[in-house]
Design a protein around this ligand. Structure first.
Ligand code: NAD
Length: 474
């Protein structure tokens, strides 16, 4: 350990109520050596066997569910979503364990096309040690989303959770120990310096976080020539076509923007509405936004929690100030509120926004809904694609077919049709991040597992080896 103590604030009270010591280079090197030693034995077990071991871990998490959820609740200031994260983790382990053995091709010899005597067979070799670096918005989910398939592939894993939300790692580690997996999966607490040092120890790094940090991770990984799988920020557009059902559009727009206080990579952050629907849509959206309640003072009530990371409140306030200074109007919300020491912001509907405002250009990560009208589908597509991000997008129309025809033109890795932000709720479809929203294969679907293997070819000569004279010039 580094002797470097990091203080953590409680998002509901603002008080520093947790401290931990960050892992340093020497500690990480020791941890990596221990995991690498155990990984040999893990990788030679069958995939079915590894899945069985992970099912034991899922059962252990089930037994430690209350403690993990309680820690996650303090980390994030929200109760329902904390419990959903724990249940989701258990379901994800069980889902991967059931499906993964069927995803790997059965090894078999294949005769060569030119020379049938030379046969080949593939061997899928896992990376020995995977590093996972996760953000604060869904601390448990995003620490395990890469970890579970990496373990099933036969890799050992070190996770560096966010320094903003580190509390859940303690009770989760108790479940890891109970399942006998402590030599294969470990949490290394720390901040950016710890994350950077982790990259120097592993064979592949899976990073979820912001674009600026993702670029630093990519550079560090490139220096070691190891792959970096990057899942970064977004500025997701929602297009509402003239044929859309108004109830559907309002429900999806509000939930897609406001869920988790907008602290989700796949949040809707820009809404483009057909001019004909625009006035009625705005009225309905403002009423729906004004009905949303904070989960304060009672954590068991309301739909919106506090800002998990106080500094994010400054970013949101700055974007709103910039927008208003450039002519935007706030129809509802718009102020950072202080309750019980935490930072809160009600759903905020903005109009008269333009593409030169930060609130349209940059990731906001809050429950902010800037709305613009469009006059043609071509204009809507152009506006939606006018961004450096390409994480996901959504289209609502009278029919799935009409929504699909627009969705196919959007430059994003996943497009929800006739709803919004389904990527958070549906993990089966493969998707890659476009533009600056990320790099690397899909973490969803079969590729989520297969990316942790390198393919090796075994090439067998069953005939006589060719003599050098076979290549003689004359
Ligand atoms: P962040 O980039 O600030 O930090 C993410 C992680 O990187 C943290 O654990 C941090 O300690 C670590 N880190 C910081 N500097 C580092 C360095 N130089 N080297 C290695 N690691 C370093 O992101 P955040 O504020 O925690 O999370 C919010 C961001 O995450 C948003 O941009 C959001 O869109 C993004 N996100 C993306 C997805 C996705 O799947 N695409 C999902 C959730 C969140």
């Amino acid at each position: 350990m580094s002797g470097r103590t990091i203080e953590v604030a409680n998002p509901r009270t603002g008080a520093v109520d947790y401290r931990f010591e960050a892992a340093d280079e020497a500690g990480l090197a020791k941890l990596a050596a221990r995991l690498r030693a155990a990984q040999n034995g893990w990788a030679v077990r069958s995939i079915e066997d590894r899945c069985q071991a992970l099912l034991g871990w899922a059962d252990a998490i089930e037994r430690h569910k209350d403690a993990i959820a309680a820690a996650l609740e303090i980390d994030t200031g929200r109760r329902r979503i904390a419990r959903l994260e724990v249940e989701g983790a258990i379901a994800s382990i069980r889902g991967w364990a059931a499906g993964a053995p069927h995803l790997l091709p059965k090894p078999q010899w294949v005769e060569g096309r030119m020379n049938p005597a030379i046969r080949h067979q593939a061997q899928d070799v896992p990376y020995a040690l995977t590093g996972v670096i996760s953000p604060w918005n869904f601390p448990l989910t995003l620490s395990l989303i890469d970890t579970i398939p990496a373990l099933i592939a036969g890799s050992a894993v070190i996770v560096k959770p966010s320094e903003v939300t580190p509390r859940f790692a303690g009770p989760l580690s108790a479940a890891i120990a109970e399942a006998g997996l402590s030599d294969l999966l470990a949490f290394a607490p720390g901040d950016g310096a710890t994350g950077a040092a982790l990259i120097d120890e592993v064979d592949v790094v899976c990073f979820t976080g912001s674009v600026p940090t993702g670029k630093k991770v990519a550079v560090r990984a490139a220096g070691r020539l190891i792959p970096a799988f990057l899942e970064l920020g977004g500025k997701d557009p929602l297009i509402i076509l003239e044929s859309a059902d108004m109830d559907r559009a309002v429900t999806a727009a509000l939930r897609g923007s406001v869920l988790s206080t907008g602290q989700a990579c796949q949040s809707i952050e820009r809404i483009y509405v057909a001019r004909k629907l625009y006035p009625a849509f705005l009225d309905r959206l403002v009423s729906a936004a004004e009905a949303v309640r904070f989960n304060w003072p009672d954590i068991n009530s309301g739909e919106v929690g506090p800002m998990i990371f106080a500094r994010q409140a400054d970013i949101i306030a700055g974007q709103l100030e910039d927008a208003v200074a450039r002519g935007a109007k706030i129809l509802t919300g718009g102020k950072i509120e202080r309750h019980g020491g935490g930072y809160w912001i009600a759903p905020t509907v903005l109009t008269d926004v333009t593409h030169d405002m930060a609130v349209i250009r940059e990731e906001t990560f809050g429950p902010i809904l800037p709305v613009m009208a469009f006059d043609s589908v071509e204009e809507a597509v152009r506006l939606a694609n006018d961004t450096v991000y390409g994480l996901s997008a959504a289209v609502i129309a009278g029919t799935i077919e009409e929504a699909e025809s627009v969705g196919r033109q959007l430059e994003a890795g996943a497009v929800t049709l006739n709803d919004a932000a389904l990527t958070a709720l549906f993990h089966e479809a493969e998707k890659q991040s476009f533009k600056q929203s990320g790099l690397g294969p899909s973490r969803m679907g079969a590729a989520g597992l297969l990316r942790f293997f390198r393919r090796k070819a075994l090439i067998a000569q069953t005939g006589a080896p060719a003599p050098l004279s076979a290549f003689c010039e004359g």
